[in-house]
Design a protein around this ligand. Structure first.
Ligand SMILES: Cc1ncc(COP(=O)(O)O)c(C=O)c1O
Length: 464
């Protein structure tokens, strides 16, 4: 036995590394509520210590883990806390984190049933639960990927396959060159990842048919062009800034009638379907053909968990088809048929644990809680002189100050404070501060403290 192999067996046998990692993890989660919302300069300056020449020989693993913990933990950004409002980054439910941790130790390749029966079964059950929860057509299928970006890629690949097949073109056999043209219809508020995925699939910006949106970011129904079976219409459940939902009950039936494929980017907003409170927003969303959604946003699974849902199994599996004589398919679920990747981690394990823990009621309660907190922070900020730009229909709030300069300076002061985290954006040509309530951990007290931080930051911006 070589020395390397002997060392590795000894590390596995004595379990010191795992015990050490567990201790580090316990103190990290304990410290989480007290963490800054972004590392300070002193912490950031430590990162350069990781940038060493590739070592010639192996080194003490306990020392490596210790260094990673020392530098790494203080250079993370905490999401499972009450005052993180950046992007649409969700917190993580404790059961999700624990299940993922266990699954990390199992270290499963989720590609095939014969590689991991537990990965196959958890994804299979989640597929049924999600289909039922969102009231999707019977027989809809799900694949688990890194995020909504890749889920959208999958949905649009299925759409491209199916629409071309309606035009008598077999994409998998004949490829895209020389294929009949497809028309892609998107709103002007479509998320950037959708455009990126369209690019990857061979559709350039100039080829897209852009439909105007209203002030909340919803596609204007009366601007929808004439549709036919060469069309793919892309809608959204939850605009990344305003949280607005497209008018599914009016748009999708028109598309269905014309034989047009509808994909819904529901990264965080599709979860609204889990609560009756949001029926007016989600009505008709189930009539689409494919949906992309994240576990790691509204549902608060740990990172990463993107989900593609598709009512046309044949289109999705043809679009993502792979062959190889060594691939041992089974009569059970083979996860790789539903995603672009073959090897990947077993995300279904923590998704199953989170959904099982919350149940239907808990998921609805979580979604409603995020909405309540968003409504509360909007009302408190409005009372204190900030302009709330959007109708707070879900968990997103858009704030403006007197002018763009003051909005931007307020945002900088907020980020410098270390007390909370928000990001900015442009909304109808104006600077905004985005507040995304996406963690189970946000309490009323967190909102009150955050409003105080907003007031301080605004004063600081006015004094510049
Ligand atoms: C509406 C929308 N679509 C797509 C995405 C991209 O999702 P992901 O980062 O999980 O790929 C986001 C991210 O916030 C989003 O809000």
């Amino acid at each position: 036995m070589s020395k390397l192999q002997a060392d590795l067996f000894s590390q596995q046998d004595n379990q010191e590394l795992l015990k050490q990692a567990a201790d580090f993890a316990y103190s990290y989660t304990k410290n989480l509520p007290k963490m800054r919302s972004f590392p300070n300069q002193q912490s950031l300056s430590l990162l350069k210590e990781l940038n060493i020449p590739l070592p010639e020989a192996s080194e003490d693993p306990a020392k490596i883990l210790g260094q990673l913990n020392h530098i790494g933990a203080q250079n993370t950004v905490p999401y499972s806390v009450g005052r993180y409002f950046g992007f649409v980054n969700g917190g993580a439910l404790p059961i999700g984190l624990a299940a993922k941790w266990m699954a990390d130790v199992w270290d499963q390749n989720a590609g095939l049933y014969v590689m991991s029966p537990i990965a196959a079964q958890t994804e299979s059950v989640c597929q049924r639960w999600l289909t039922e929860l969102f009231s999707l057509p019977h027989g809809s299928v799900a694949g688990l990927v890194g995020g909504t970006s890749v889920a959208t890629l999958c949905g649009l690949a299925a759409a491209r396959y199916r629409q071309l097949s309606k035009l008598n073109w077999d994409l998998t056999e004949r490829g895209l060159f020389g294929a009949p043209s497809l028309r892609i219809i998107v709103g002007t508020q479509t998320h950037g990842t959708v455009i990126k995925m369209l690019n990857l699939l061979g559709f350039g910006r100039q080829q897209l048919e852009w439909v105007e949106c209203d002030k909340q970011g919803r596609m204007k129904v009366d601007q929808l062009p004439e549709l036919d079976q060469s069309c793919i219409l892309i809608l959204q459940a939850g605009n990344v800034c305003s949280g607005a939902f497209d008018n599914f009950s009016q748009l999708i039936p028109q598309a269905n009638e014309a034989g047009c494929w509808v994909h819904v980017d529901g990264a965080f907003g599709l979860w609204a379907s889990a609560s009756k409170q949001f029926d007016s927003l989600t009505q008709g969303v189930e009539l689409a053909n494919s949906w992309s959604v994240d576990g790691h946003k509204t549902l608060n699974t740990p990172y990463d968990c993107g989900i593609i849902l598709c009512s046309d199994q044949d289109a999705l599996t043809h679009a993502l088809h792979q062959q190889g004589s060594y691939i041992q398919a089974s009569d059970e679920r083979d996860n790789m048929n539903f995603t672009p990747d073959m090897s990947r981690r077993a995300r279904g394990i923590e998704l199953w644990a989170c959904m099982r823990y919350l149940g239907r009621k808990g998921i609805a309660q979580l979604v409603e809680l995020l909405h309540q907190r968003a409504v509360y922070i909007a009302s408190q900020l409005a009372k204190n002189g900030f302009k709330v730009v959007n109708d707070v229909v879900f968990n997103q709030v858009i704030i403006q100050c007197e002018n763009d300069e003051i909005t931007q300076a307020t945002l900088k002061a907020l980020q410098r404070s270390g007390e909370l985290w928000c990001v900015g954006a442009k909304w109808q040509e104006r600077s905004i501060i985005r507040i995304s309530i996406c963690s189970w951990a946000t309490t009323v007290d967190d909102i009150d403290c955050s409003v105080a931080t907003f007031i301080k930051a605004h004063r600081c911006a006015l004094s510049i």
